[in-house]
Every structure is written in C-alpha cells, then in structure tokens.
Design a protein around this ligand. Structure first.
Ligand SMILES: Cc1cc2nc3c(=O)[nH]c(=O)nc-3n(C[C@H](O)[C@H](O)[C@H](O)COP(=O)(O)OP(=O)(O)OC[C@H]3O[C@@H](n4cnc5c(N)ncnc54)[C@H](O)[C@@H]3O)c2cc1C
Length: 312
C-alpha cells in the first residue's frame, strides 16, 4: 500500500497493490470509518476487460446482469455459477478468507467448495465462448498457480463475487491513501506506528499482550527462534516459495488506444489471450514467452495520478 513517483515527477504509481476489491468487500475493512480520515474510492465503469486477438473483450462489471449479457451464450452458465456466491458472500467471505477451521456456514461453504475446488482449467472449459473461458482463466491466474491446480478456481470465484458485491475500486491518490487513512484512524484511537525499525528478534518487543507477525515464513522463523514448537518450526522450514511477479511502471503521454473499446472503461485489463495461452503461461515456471499480464490503468479515472499535459 505505497504510492510513489517511480517514473517521472507527477506520475504516482502504486508500488504493489493497485486495485482493491478486498478492501471494500470484506467485513473488517468495510467497517472502518476510513472515509472520515480522508479515504475516497473510485469505481471504474468496468472492473475488468479481457481483450482477445479475435476482436472484442470479455468484461466483468459490478452488475451481474451486465456481465452475463456481455458473455452472450455463456451468460446463463455464468449466472448459475456466480449467483449463489454473490448471494452468500457474507458467509463465504468470513469462512473462505478467515483463518482455516471448521466453517461457521457449512452449507454456504459446501456450495462454494463445489464451484471453487475443481481446477480452473475444468471450470473454464464449461464456458462455450472463447471470451468466457479466457475471463475465468484470467481471474484464476491471479492465484499465480498453474490453472490445473485443485483450488485455483477459488481465487477466480472470490474475485468475481467481490466485483459483483462492490466493484474493484481504486483509492483516490493511489493505494498509499488507504495506509494513510488507516494510520490517521489508528492515531485517533491512541495508537502509534513506528516505521524504519527492523525487529530482529521478538525478544526486543517487551510486555506486549499480542504480537502479530506479518512476515514471510522464513522471517517468522528468524524472529521467533526457539519460541515456536519444533513441529511448527519444521513446517516453516519446509516452506517453498512459488513463482514471483515482475512489474513495469509506465508514464504515458495519453490513454492507451485500445482497439477493444471496453478496455478504456476498465480499471484492470487482463492481457493473456485465450484460455490455452493463459494455461501455458501459468504452467511455465521460468519466464514464459507470452506472460499473463495484469494491467491497471488508474490515471484514466483519477486525475491526481498523472500529468494532464505530457510529451511522452
Ligand atoms: C507487483 C504487485 C502488485 C500487486 N497488486 C495487487 C493489487 O492490485 N490488489 C491487491 O489486493 N493486492 C495486490 N498485491 C498484493 C499486495 O500488495 C499484498 O498482498 C499486500 O501488500 C500484503 O500486505 P501486508 O501488509 O500483509 O504485507 P506487506 O505489505 O508485505 O507488509 C509487511 C511489512 O512488514 C515489514 N516487515 C517484515 N519483517 C519485518 C521485521 N522483521 N521488522 C520490521 N518490519 C518488518 C515489511 O518491511 C513490510 O513493510 C500486489 C503485489 C505485488 C508484488
């Protein structure tokens, strides 16, 4: 949640997260009075567009009906797939995104599981059109897992349901604005934030009732030393990282002249082509020739992010 002038003065790029479906669709973040502390959201007209070489683009809109009608022949299948998840979102959100344990809403979770557990490749092939298949594959590719993996559809289902509950918003001014508002709120409650202080060992934190470590497994191991039970330590040691991501920031002279006009209305554009092409990209563990690309274009919707006049 940082926004910096990474390219040129006047161009404010998000260092990592740019598009924030979970910040508005989840109960806890939604319950914080961040509006009072300066946070404003923008919902682009479309959450997502997925252009195809064959012409046009599949779309994910906040409205389930608009999405279904954009999917043409696949509209009714998508409606059947997504309606239970959208309607049961409060239950699914709590169980699917909360700590792992016995679900509080087993029926809703069972219905979610039936849709979310099969590999994304299978679910995508239940769509009849190239656009529908590519849309599902692109959503599942957010998992950074091969689409043949069991469970890879869960992320697709969660992201699509979140879009239909509250869109995929961007924070005005960039994601840093979320952190800034959260810090202001915390300070208003008497909290304090210390930055630029690396904690090497949990022993340095004395007297805290609760310590929460938002670190990698290796980081947690270093911090906790022998404090963790041996079994848990060995699980942390066995942890292996998955594929990494590569990011590029662009300072553009103007909006991208998309051929598929839907792309100019979308906060996020999936550049990955067909289901087959996305599968090949996500299967490749090294550098794929045609990587699946998530493109965010905040400056189309937020004038604070780029210079209006710029000779690129
Ligand atoms: C290129 C990229 C694009 C992304 N885009 C999106 C997006 O559009 N939408 C989305 O929802 N998500 C996106 N993500 C994912 C998102 O950025 C992360 O999920 C999110 O930042 C995780 O937040 P966090 O607070 O849990 O961890 P972090 O942001 O990693 O924060 C953990 C902090 O703890 C600090 N820390 C760690 N160890 C110590 C220590 N020993 N002592 C002191 N400090 C320590 C770290 O320096 C860091 O500041 C993206 C990620 C990347 C890499």
């Amino acid at each position: 949640m940082r926004t910096e002038e990474l390219t040129l003065a006047g161009f404010r790029h998000d260092v990592c997260s740019a598009v924030q479906p979970m910040a508005v669709a989840t109960r806890f973040l939604g319950s914080l009075p961040l509006y009072r502390f300066g946070l404003r959201w923008i919902n682009p007209p479309l959450a997502l567009a997925h252009p195809l070489d064959s012409g046009g683009a599949a779309i994910l809109a906040e409205s389930l009906e608009e999405t279904c009608s954009g999917l043409g022949k696949d509209g009714s299948w998508y409606r059947r797939l997504m309606t239970p998840m959208v309607e049961n979102w409060p239950a699914i959100e709590r169980d699917a995104l909360g700590p792992i344990g016995w679900p509080r809403h087993p029926v809703a979770m069972a219905r979610f599981g039936v849709r979310a557990l099969p590999p994304a490749s299978w679910t995508a092939r239940r769509f009849k059109t190239e656009g529908g298949r590519a849309l599902w594959a692109g959503l599942a590719a957010h998992s950074v897992l091969p689409l043949e993996t069991w469970g890879a559809s869960a992320i697709a289902a969660i992201l699509a349901a979140a879009a239909h509950r509250a869109g995929w918003p961007l924070a005005v001014g960039g994601s840093q604005a979320i952190a800034d508002a959260m810090v202001r709120y915390l300070r208003s409650l008497g909290g304090e934030v210390l930055v630029g202080q690396r904690v090497e060992n949990l022993g340095e934190i004395d007297g805290a009732e609760i310590v929460m470590c938002d670190t990698s497994p290796e980081g947690l191991l270093r911090l906790t030393g022998d404090r963790m039970p041996a079994g848990y330590r060995s699980r942390l040691q066995r942890y292996r990282r998955g594929a990494g991501v590569f990011k590029m920031d662009w300072a553009l002279a103007g909006p991208i002249p998309w051929t598929a006009k839907e792309c100019s209305r979308a906060g996020t554009v999936h550049l990955g082509g067909t289901l087959g092409e996305i599968e090949a990209s996500e299967r490749s563990r090294s550098e794929p020739d045609q990587p699946f690309v998530l493109l965010a274009q905040p400056s189309l919707f937020d004038t604070t992010r780029a210079l209006a006049e710029f000779e690129g």
